[in-house]
Design a protein around this ligand. Sequence first.
Ligand code: PEP
Ligand code: MN
Length: 368
Amino acid sequence: MANKKLDIIPLYEWGMFTDPRPSVVAGPCSAESEEQLMETAKGLKEMGINVFRAGIWKPRTHPGCFEGVGAPGLEWMEKVRSEYGLKISTEVASEKHVRECIRHGVDLVWIGARTTANPFLVQEIADALKGTDIPVLVKNPVNQDLDLWIGALERLNSAGIRKLGVIHRGFSTFEKIKYRNDPQWHIAIELRSRYPELPFFVDPSHLGGSKDYIQEISQRSLDLGFEGLMIESHCNPSVALSDAKQQLTPPELSDLLYNKIYVRDADSDSQEWKENIDQLRAKIDIIDENLLYVLGSRMNISRKIGEYKKNNNVAIIQASRWDSVLAKVVDMGKEYDLPEKFISAVFNAIHDASVEVQNEIISGKSSR
Ligand code: PEP
Ligand code: MN
């Protein structure tokens, strides 16, 4: 089904974010106590943050973990707003949450990754928000399903929510990877190219799962042209009741934003060119990473075939098989406008490397 057009109000007309990028939402994973919220908010206000986040209801993987302080935390949030002039935001996962947020004048809400994956809940939230002017940011669903993400945006937009944006926080994965969640940047890039007008945030805290990765993920998302960042910040991360490893103190966040990430200025024509070229290069870097992953996976299978040939006493090279593989890929390459000479060279190099690996296995030089 073709995607519907979305009717979106530009981010800088929401009355809470201002150019130049990045637009930042910061605050603790969870509201824990009035003191923790006020102290964190004070630090963030001092360093120039305008939009404060704190989870009030926390979706936790295991029961028995800290599940948020619930509605009383919204009273503390109101105090954050009145004392420091910060806009306040939290995650909603049900109609009841939305009602509480409306009652306490919450300025922005977001839908969490687990909730975006559930169309019933998204519809319930959209219906409850109908007639309000509250901006909504939709995190990607936990699973790698762009249509499910878009479907959530359509539900909200159909309910009249026009201050609508997204947050990329990566996808759940069973495999052990460097980050807590798998970035799958190409999915975010695809969404951006389908809806260039849609405000786009990245959440380096939940994506990376460690404060050590916040800088590199933030820089990458700016290089890809995304305008916003949602970053977890806690006055004392080491004692945080949730997500302790991925939160920065307000001074650390200040250092990151003002000294460690480079925000490109899109003022002059030449700057615009620079910005575009950097975005394209960032995309190329991601494709290269994917290529390496694919080459590594292919090589692992080659090794398995090598073992199998060894055990069955079969020779490494079956020339006729390779000739037909090569002819097939050369032919398929034409569909992607890839010259025959280039495809032959690439696949012959891949084949040579596989033969070498299998040779090592059969001759007993490799222990793998
Ligand atoms: C959060 O932002 O606190 C949160 C629970 O995030 P996610 O939905 O990305 O897991
Ligand atoms: Mn969190």
